[in-house]
Design a protein around this ligand. Structure first.
Ligand SMILES: Nc1ncnc2c1ncn2[C@@H]1O[C@H](COP(=O)(O)OP(=O)(O)OP(=O)(O)O)[C@@H](O)[C@H]1O
Ligand SMILES: [Mg+2]
Length: 276
């Protein structure tokens, strides 16, 4: 078999605490190829830290260990700061939960969407602008010119999130990690953005690691599903099997899937007793 895009082998993330090392991600292993892999699990199970570890963006106190963490054959554990910068935003991109922390409030949206092109390509200002406008319309803006000239505070949360997605996809990364990228959006917009991410993933032969709490959406959009609990991957299955999952924890999550009324909220922590 060909080398997968991303290979994670025995990844552990821990925070030193008074009681010694507190492992919050415990020796997990998985691959991502040109496909959509969903990482699901209750709040606090370690999904975001897994995504951040792959991006080399963990909080300063966090410690990681891995037998292997490789991207397109590159050993991610050995990159220096300059190599990380070259990789991030061009080959691997991360979309975060909250656009408030991702968009710079004092910079026009268009400039931010063009940022990776500026850093990683030799396109002219005019070519960058054309690409940015095209990408802004792809993520659903019917007035890309206006959005391009706006500051983040002039956009709603949903618009900000779409601008972020445009910024992350504009340089066509080979791997995109989307951490609850659509949670802040209303239901219709979530489906629209997921459809967009899904079609771009397939069109560009990209890998997508989709971190989500919404198993119903995952069932529709992902190829494979990894279920995390307390830092461990407890179940792996095809997305199409979610509705008939055998693992009790996966079933509990499926049954706790958000309804229209609870959209945007996190998955509750599933009590042990509820899984029986
Ligand atoms: N900076 C930190 N210092 C100490 N512990 C942390 C820190 N960040 C996260 N943790 C702990 O690590 C665990 C996993 O956190 P993580 O953010 O990966 O969860 P998650 O699965 O993404 O949850 P959610 O669905 O709520 O986003 C949590 O229990 C959390 O308490
Ligand atoms: Mg998270």
């Amino acid at each position: 078999m060909a080398e997968p895009l991303l290979r994670v082998e025995d990844l552990t993330v821990s925070f030193p605490s008074r009681q010694g090392q507190g492992d919050v991600v415990r020796s997990i292993s998985f691959d991502v190829g040109a496909e959509i892999v969903a990482l699901v699990g209750e709040s606090g199970s370690g999904k975001s830290l897994t995504g951040r570890a792959i991006m080399g963006l963990l909080p300063p106190r966090a410690k990681t260990a891995a037998t292997s963490l490789s991207f397109a054959g590159n050993d991610l554990t050995r990159l220096d700061a300059a190599q990380w910068r070259a990789l991030r935003g061009s080959a691997i991109a991360l979309i975060l939960q909250d656009p408030k922390y991702s968009l710079n409030p004092s910079m026009r949206v268009g400039r931010q969407v063009e940022e990776t092109l500026l850093l990683h390509t030799r396109l002219s200002a005019r070519q960058r602008r054309e690409k940015a406008l095209a990408m802004l319309s792809r993520v659903g803006f019917d007035d890309p010119q206006r959005v391009h000239a706006s500051y983040p505070r002039q956009l709603s949360g949903g618009m900000g999130q779409r601008a972020m997605i445009a910024a992350m996809l504009i340089n066509r990364p080979s791997l995109l990690i989307a951490d609850e990228a659509t949670s802040a959006l209303d239901h219709d917009l979530q489906l629209q953005i997921l459809e967009l991410l899904g079609s771009l993933t397939r069109e560009l032969g990209m890998g997508l690691l989709l971190i989500s709490h919404d198993l119903q959406q995952i069932a529709r959009f992902a190829d494979r599903v990894l279920v995390m609990r307390r830092g461990i991957i407890v179940d792996r299955l095809a997305a199409g099997e979610l509705a008939n999952a055998e693992h009790p924890h996966t079933r509990a999550l499926w049954n706790a899937r958000p309804s229209g009324a609870t959209y945007g909220t996190r998955l509750p922590v599933v009590a042990d007793g509820e899984e029986a």
